[in-house]
Design a protein around this ligand. Structure first.
Ligand code: SAH
Length: 223
């Protein structure tokens, strides 16, 4: 989309600073994740009046009471998925579509589920405009996963769950990873579950705070 050159170069500088200061200086080392976060124009996934803030170190409102996650948190979740470009992945909580765009570059096939139809429609349009064609955005209750396209090599949930939704575990491929914030409404821990032929292993990383996962295996349908 054409934009004045001055504004565009400001965004580019801010994006490079985001990668260097917010990601490299913390524990983001996956070179593919760093590269795509340097490429994807995060400012296009927020409203015009938020664009000047797009590369700051925090979440931003995207309407309907939802937020685009902090860049560092997005990068950490993507790094934990450990993608090499050949995977089929499922994202729960499309929101703005920003993390979806990153996934489109990091994996082969992306399915993204969003509970709120307006957000899903907006993200679908934007991702199309940006030229991403390896993605399907579906309005549905993502706490139930997407059994018809399972198994997935990676599943990432961008809303907080009271516990790990069992359908998501069932829909992981062998060696696949599920990254999900689990805890109370006020505070969660980021979990990374890996499926093995004989069970699952779980790693816990940072404390975090996400908007609640709604739906059958989330909090409540209006939650
Ligand atoms: N990754 C998004 C984060 C959006 S916030 C971004 O970078 O913009 C979390 C999103 O999860 C919200 O859009 C919310 O509507 C959605 N959500 C909450 N519960 C859901 C559910 N059960 N199924 C699908 N999406 C859900």
């Amino acid at each position: 989309m054409p934009e004045s050159t001055g504004k565009e170069s400001n965004h580019l500088r801010a994006r490079q600073a985001m990668v260097d200061e917010q990601l490299r200086r913390r524990q983001i080392t996956d070179t593919r994740v760093l590269e795509v976060m340097g490429d994807i124009p995060r400012h296009r996934f927020v409203s015009l009046d938020q664009q000047a803030e797009a590369y700051t170190d925090g979440p931003l409102p995207i309407g309907e009471g939802q937020t685009i996650s902090q860049p560092y948190m997005v990068a950490l979740m993507l790094q934990q998925l450990s993608l090499n470009g050949h995977e089929r992945v499922l994202e729960i909580g499309t929101g703005s579509g920003y993390q979806t765009a990153l996934l489109c570059r990091l994996a082969k096939e992306v399915y993204s589920l969003e509970y709120l139809p307006d957000l899903a429609n907006q993200a679908r349009r934007l991702l199309q405009q940006c030229g991403f064609h390896n993605v399907r955005i579906i309005t549905s209750d993502g706490s139930l996963g997407l059994p018809q396209y399972a198994p997935f090599d990676g599943i990432v949930v961008t809303a907080a769950a009271p516990k790990i939704p069992s359908p998501l575990l069932d829909q992981l491929a062998d060696g696949g990873r599920l990254v999900i914030p689990v805890g109370t409404r006020d505070q969660q821990e980021l979990l990374c579950i890996t499926k093995h032929p004989d069970g699952y292993t779980e790693e816990r990383s940072v404390k975090c705070r996400f908007v609640p996962l709604r739906g059958e295996k989330g909090w409540t349908s209006d939650g």
